[in-house]
Write a protein that binds this ligand. Structure first.
Ligand code: FOL
Length: 225
């Protein structure tokens, strides 16, 4: 379809491509890794052009979107969801069931408790479509944040052209896995260097491994045409 927004996947995975276990993450809380996720998904890329008029300045409220499957939504601690400063979009085959379970009115507002709820849609294409028309707010980047089935479906879409991967350098028991070995050249994916990652995320990226407790990890970027 004409000018659809590019999708970027963000995930952390073990050497076996494990991403989840028992409805959550496989590893104990990695503060620096989670902080990376939050910063990078929130940051709005500075636009190459400057506002043309004073009315543009007032309306230039940009926000990134995070698209997730229902199980990923369930996995986020209730106090952290919807993920703040991002447009949250939840994909579920049971939209009305999800709304009922999460106290949401039809237009995405939480019925009790002040905060705005997520946008709820029935498919990944519907999620992408929902980004076109968001209440005056312009969606800058669209991040796909899981889980396994949403990542797998997104990898099959031509608009998915980047993966921001945190390589966890040790194994944990997992029951949810990422479908593609990006390093193995599968699907036309190629790793690009640290400098390209810094440019894309808009911040400095540590060279090599970050160590947190007894686990090391590395931030990587993969691209395809
Ligand atoms: N990508 C990466 N790199 N690491 C992850 O842990 C990760 N997790 C998910 C998707 N992509 C990822 C899905 N799971 C929160 C919790 C689970 C989750 C995603 C996000 C969450 O609570 N995030 C808060 C920060 C909370 C905190 O600071 O402790 C947020 O504001 O993003």
């Amino acid at each position: 379809s004409p000018s659809t927004i590019p999708l970027t996947l963000i995930l952390a995975a073990t050497p076996s491509l494990g991403i989840g276990r028992a409805g959550g993450l496989p590893w104990p809380m990695l503060k620096k890794e989670m902080a990376w996720f939050a910063r990078v998904t929130k940051r709005v890329a500075s636009s190459p052009t400057s506002p043309q008029s004073s009315s543009d300045v007032a309306t230039a409220q940009k926000i990134n979107a995070v698209i997730m499957g229902r199980k990923t939504w369930d996995s986020i601690p209730p106090r952290f969801r919807p993920l703040k400063d991002r447009l949250n979009v939840v994909v579920t085959r049971d939209v009305s069931g999800f709304r009922a379970a999460n106290n949401l009115s039809k237009d995405g507002d939480e019925v009790e408790g002040g905060k705005e709820g997520p946008v709820v849609v029935g498919s990944l294409p519907a999620a992408i479509e929902a980004l076109r028309s968001e209440g005056g707010r312009q969606v800058s980047r669209a991040w796909v944040i899981g889980g396994a089935s949403i990542y797998a479906e997104a990898l099959g879409l031509k608009e998915t052209n980047r993966v921001v991967l945190t390589k966890i350098k040790r194994e944990y028991e997992c029951d949810a896995f990422f479908a593609v070995d990006l390093e193995g050249g599968e699907g036309g994916w190629r790793r690009v260097g640290r400098r390209a990652l810094e440019e894309w995320v808009g911040e400095e990226v540590p060279e090599g491994e970050v160590v947190e407790g007894d686990v090391a990890f590395e931030f990587c970027l993969f691209e395809r045409d």
